[in-house]
Write a protein that binds this ligand. Structure first.
Ligand code: NDP
Length: 399
């Protein structure tokens, strides 16, 4: 019997919800690429319920305990005295979410001799030292596509909110003011701007598709080029690298995974190549941007705005400079964990576990590492290596 250790974000400060704003969520059966949404044999939760926090338990307890497995759920993930670290020595399977990541560093993997499977409830497994997982032959799997559309919607919201200067205008209302000139002196139309995405995978392509009706000029860069028919349909210009793309763009949105090759991609040098007054959106991973270079660029006016929901580490310490830098539209890491997304990734985790326990293959699309090498989506989109360095700083949030 397996011990499954699951790290989820804490419940709402007012307690686990007793009711919801909407009675249900739309049923989505297929993703835009034709792949079916997760198809476990059964689910033990109501789609639309809060599943991603500790009391939601991803809807897994009944399923796991009925088979005799031990299921530990905690949000206490950082520091050597955390519940997570104390449970690691007996863990066969770890489940974690990028929103509240249980960083699985080389040191922590060494403390977990029985660990065989690390599941990401969502997309993006950079919180696992993938090199160590390769070396230790730990399978790493995530629920590909489960929240890609959720993120793309969030990105459109963030682009519009920065370009239109929505957040400061909203704040004038809350303050009891009617200061129109203050609101509009940084407000523009998106129409006619050049908008580019770094990567055109599930999220990047969905962002391009959603922005096309705004009559913008679209650009992208990626390691693999989109099919010519898709480029024509979106009327999107391909660039061989980020540098050649950012020179032409008024808005840049980042959608590549974090691995050593993309860490600090947006540093002083690359930001200096951007148009003055450009907007930068990052819902991929905080570490893809050099933290202090972003602050400098906002202060100097090189960037007109920065928005996103990803930080490093997570949770961000209370003194993280992105909380207080000018002209930002940051949220905590929420874009991929709407109630709609949770229903899909909870079902996806259940599907992965059902496959694992019955020794059936996990969908190839879900695999990041398997059999001691990058596999599935991981082989396509990642490079081997470790991007967890510095994650121990997440413990500072507690203090
Ligand atoms: P995909 O795997 O579909 O797409 C990733 C794309 O990035 C691939 O097309 C890949 O190229 C491309 N890529 C890799 N390296 C580079 C590079 N150096 N330059 C340009 N492109 C590159 O993943 P998703 O679109 O679903 O998700 C992307 C990322 O978004 C995730 O890895 C995760 O970090 C983040 N994410 C954030 C969420 C949130 O809540 N904020 C939720 C979900 C994901 P190719 O495969 O062609 O080599």
């Amino acid at each position: 019997m397996a011990k499954v250790v699951c790290v989820l974000y804490p419940d709402p400060v007012d307690g686990y919800p007793k009711s919801y704003a909407r009675p249900d969520i739309p049923r989505v059966e297929k993703y835009p690429d034709g792949q079916t949404t997760p198809s476990p044999e059964k689910i033990d939760f109501t789609p639309g319920a809060l599943l991603g926090s500790v009391s939601g338990e991803l809807g897994l307890r009944k399923f796991l305990e009925a088979q005799g497995h031990t299921f530990v759920v905690t949000s206490d993930k950082d520091g050597t005295n955390s519940v997570f670290e104390k449970e690691l020595p007996g863990a066969d399977i770890v489940i974690s979410q990028p929103f509240w990541p249980a960083y699985l560093t080389r040191e922590r993997i060494a403390k977990a001799p029985k660990l065989k499977l690390a599941i990401t409830a969502g997309i993006g497994s950079d919180h696992v030292d993938l090199q160590s997982a390769i070396d230790r032959k730990i399978t790493v799997a995530e629920v590909t596509y489960s929240n890609s559309i959720s993120v793309s919607e969030h990105v459109v919201m963030m682009i519009l909110s920065l370009v239109r200067n929505y957040i400061p205008s909203y704040e004038w209302v809350i303050k009891g003011g009617w200061n129109i000139a203050d609101c509009v002196s940084r407000s523009y139309d998106l129409e006619g701007m050049h908008v580019g995405t770094v990567a055109a995978g599930c999220i990047g392509t969905a962002v391009l598709r959603r922005l096309k009706p705004f009559d913008v000029k679209l650009h992208y860069t990626d390691r693999h080029r989109l099919p010519a028919a898709v480029e024509r349909e979106l009327n999107v210009t391909y660039h061989p690298d980020a540098e050649s793309m950012v020179k032409e763009c008024d808005v840049v949105s980042i959608h590549c995974p974090l691995y050593p090759g993309t860490e600090n991609l947006f540093n002083d040098a690359l930001i200096s190549k951007m148009k003055r007054g450009a907007y930068l959106i990052n819902t991929a991973r905080g570490k893809i941007c050099d933290r202090d270079a972003i602050v400098r660029a906002l202060k100097s006016g090189q960037l007109a705005g920065y928005a996103g929901d990803v930080w490093f580490p997570q949770p961000a310490p209370k003194d993280h400079p992105w909380r207080t830098m000018p002209h930002h539209g940051m949220t905590p890491h929420v874009s991929g964990t709407s109630l709609s997304a949770q229903a899909r990734y909870a079902a996806g985790v259940r599907e992965i576990l059902e496959c694992w326990f019955s020794k059936r293959p996990i969908r190839n699309e879900y695999l990041i590492v398997d059999g001691g090498k990058l596999a599935g989506a991981g082989a396509h989109s990642y490079s081997a290596g470790d991007a967890t360095g510095g994650s121990e700083q997440a413990a500072r949030y507690k203090s």
